[in-house]
Design a protein around this ligand. Structure first.
Ligand code: M6R
Length: 600
């Protein structure tokens, strides 16, 4: 996690770094900071707990001017969220920013303390600062000092370092994202954890491999190996991304705007894969060897993977293994080089998903990304990609990305079954968009239910079969933005334990769709018998369900077939959104979270 931006050039570094950081707040918003040089070359650090806005206020007052700066937006891993633990960390000689985790920081800190070195923060990152300072004192060579300090660290990290009086920046990484940038005309130099921060600034991008030292100085960037020899392990690219201008379009929150964008995006994705440019990628993917398929992802992307697994198994009768990426990467999974590995991700930067991809690549397997962000790490590394074309998703709670990930998986499954040109798919996709549109036209009912239930003690989302992943996703969304305890359960599992939680303060959000209707209905009766509060999502024609429920969300499932889970999910998105709104939480930037989880 954490966003990093560094700048060296003729412009005002503070403006560039602040603009870059504002684009990287999705990586964390616990605090933000910047280090600059004053007119005498001395290092000055400004840092503030909370969102970037707080740092901006400080800088507006102080108005520093400098041609060199490094900045950071933090998602705390080690040490509380406060000003002291914010980055940059620095002293009179050196300033550093860090993204990642130093796994042996405890041991190193002990050693450094025993040598009389002083620490001010509780962070692992400060260990690197103290090590660089120590090595700089010993070697009197900035670049060598950074390298020697880096060599002592374990874990995946990226660092950017500047020094007092020096017109140079050094950056290096181990399995954490980093890109350097050059503006060819002005010779301005940049470094960041994401090329997105450099759009409009740098036209040439350099992606260093692991443990390549990047030396930004005198209008150019030199790359070295850790032994000091020149490195060519750098991928050079032109900047092709364009800046999406994010505005709420009249909605109160990005999340609500993104929920409302879904019908339009669903239709557009249908056009793209059924008759448009996406067809050719699907054709390529169809022909990849896939003895077995493995799907991985995290959070909401994993839930979309569960929906896709259902498609591949029911439509194609293809065996699919699905794992959370954080489990997959460490479990020594049973893989074969003729298997296909599928990675689902909105950002394309999630550390565990990326590491899982690297693991599969090492084994020579074919890899497929189902990705939103074109140009992201996973997009660049996967052999093939199916884009979900969701546009920028700003709300930390993923909504439209889930729908479009699952829908892309549906097109993939249909393409494998040679049924993508079937006219009925068009109809199904348009019907899904229409039904979601209807739901969004009239949200008052869901809002009213949210108001009645948001203060209850706990929420159990239940569903069977294709609706089970939707129960999991519903619960994740609710806890994420409304800060209430919620669990997703397969409805049939209730009586194996969680039913003990049911009383008149516990809400069961029961998805009772057409599939396995009678079985799921019985589960609702069991909860009702124990005085649980029932909020059901079922067919609008289902009078029995309506009668037994305390609150009923009537839906029209007719003709939606395999796509009905995506429809129900939108009702859950709205329910969570309104409950969070009644609770008054920070919906677009919920506490403790980051949009993109780039540490494991
Ligand atoms: O960018 P990714 O799709 O790889 O992110 C995966 C999860 O971190 C993400 O879906 C997370 O669970 C969302 N905040 C859920 O709304």
């Amino acid at each position: 996690m954490c966003g990093i931006v560094g700048y060296l050039g003729s412009g005002n570094s503070v403006n560039v770094v602040l603009e870059g950081l504002s684009r990287l707040e999705y990586r964390g918003y616990d605090s933000a900071g910047i280090s600059v040089q004053d007119a005498k070359g001395n290092l000055v650090i400004y840092k503030k707990e909370g969102q970037l806005l707080n740092l901006r206020k400080v800088l507006e007052k102080e108005n520093p001017l400098s041609s060199i700066a490094i900045g950071h937006t933090r998602w705390a891993t080690h040490g509380a969220v406060n000003d002291t633990n914010s980055h940059p960390h620095g002293n009179s000689e050196i300033a550093i920013v860090h993204n990642g985790i130093i796994e042996n920081s405890g041991v190193l800190k002990k050693e450094l303390l025993s040598e009389g070195r002083v620490f001010h923060s509780e962070t692992d990152s400060e260990v690197f600062l103290v090590l660089v300072t120590k090595e700089y004192e010993r070697l009197k060579d900035f670049k060598k000092a950074v390298v020697e300090a880096f060599k002592q660290l374990r874990g995946n990290s990226a660092f950017v370092v500047m020094r007092k009086g020096g017109n140079e920046i050094i950056s290096l990484r181990r399995s954490a994202p980093m890109v350097c940038g050059l503006n060819v005309e002005s010779h301005e130099l940049f470094v960041s954890s994401d090329p997105y921060a450099l759009i409009g600034f740098a036209d040439k991008l350099f992606f260093p491999e692991n443990e390549v030292v990047c030396h930004l100085h005198d209008g150019k960037i030199d790359f070295y190996e850790l032994d000091g020899s020149v490195s060519n392990r750098v991928v050079q690219k032109e900047q092709q991304m364009s800046l999406d201008v994010a505005d709420k379009g009249g909605f109160e929150h990005f999340m609500l705007k993104e929920i409302h964008e879904q019908p339009k995006l669903i239709r557009a994705l249908g056009n793209y894969y059924i008759t448009g440019e996406g067809q050719s990628t699907l054709k390529k993917v169809e022909n990849i060897k896939k003895n077995r398929m493995h799907i991985t992802g995290c959070g909401t992307a994993y839930h979309a993977g569960l929906v896709i697994k259902n498609y591949l198994e029911t439509i194609n009768r293809h065996p699919v293994n699905i794992e959370l990426a954080s489990e997959f990467r460490y479990k020594n999974p049973i893989l074969h080089k003729d298997d296909l590995a599928v990675f689902i991700t909105q950002s394309g930067e999630t550390a565990d998903t990326l590491a899982s991809l690297e693991l599969c690549q090492e084994l020579g397997m074919a890899t497929l990304g189902i990705v939103n962000v074109e140009g992201s790490s996973i997009y660049r590394k996967a052999k093939e990609n199916l884009l979900i074309k969701a546009g920028q998703e700003i709300g930390v709670a993923s909504t439209k990305a889930f729908t479009l990930q699952a829908l892309t998986g549906y097109f993939f499954s249909k393409a494998l079954g040679k049924a993508l040109d079937d006219k009925s798919i068009y109809q199904e996709v348009n019907l899904l968009a229409d039904r979601i549109e209807n739901l969004l036209h009239d949200t008052d009912k869901i809002k009213a239910i949210a108001e009645k239930i948001y203060q209850h003690k706990g929420f159990i989302f239940t569903g069977r079969g294709v609706y089970y992943p939707i129960a999991l996703e519903g619960a994740l969304k609710l806890k994420e933005i409304a800060y209430v305890h919620a669990e997703g359960y397969a409805a049939g599992e209730l009586k194996h334990g969680p039913i003990a939680l049911i009383d008149d303060n516990m809400v069961n959000i029961a998805i009772v769709g057409p599939e396995l209707h009678e079985k799921t209905f019985s589960n609702v009766e069991e909860v009702k018998a124990r005085r649980g509060i029932i909020v059901s999502l079922g067919s609008e024609k289902d009078e029995a369900l309506k009668k037994i429920s305390d609150h009923f969300i009537g839906l029209n499932f007719d003709g939606l077939n395999h796509l009905s889970p995506l429809y129900v999910n939108v009702a859950n998105q709205l329910l969570s959104y309104y409950m969070a709104k009644f609770k008054g939480t920070d919906i677009d930037k919920p506490r403790n979270l980051a949009k993109s989880v780039t540490v494991e």
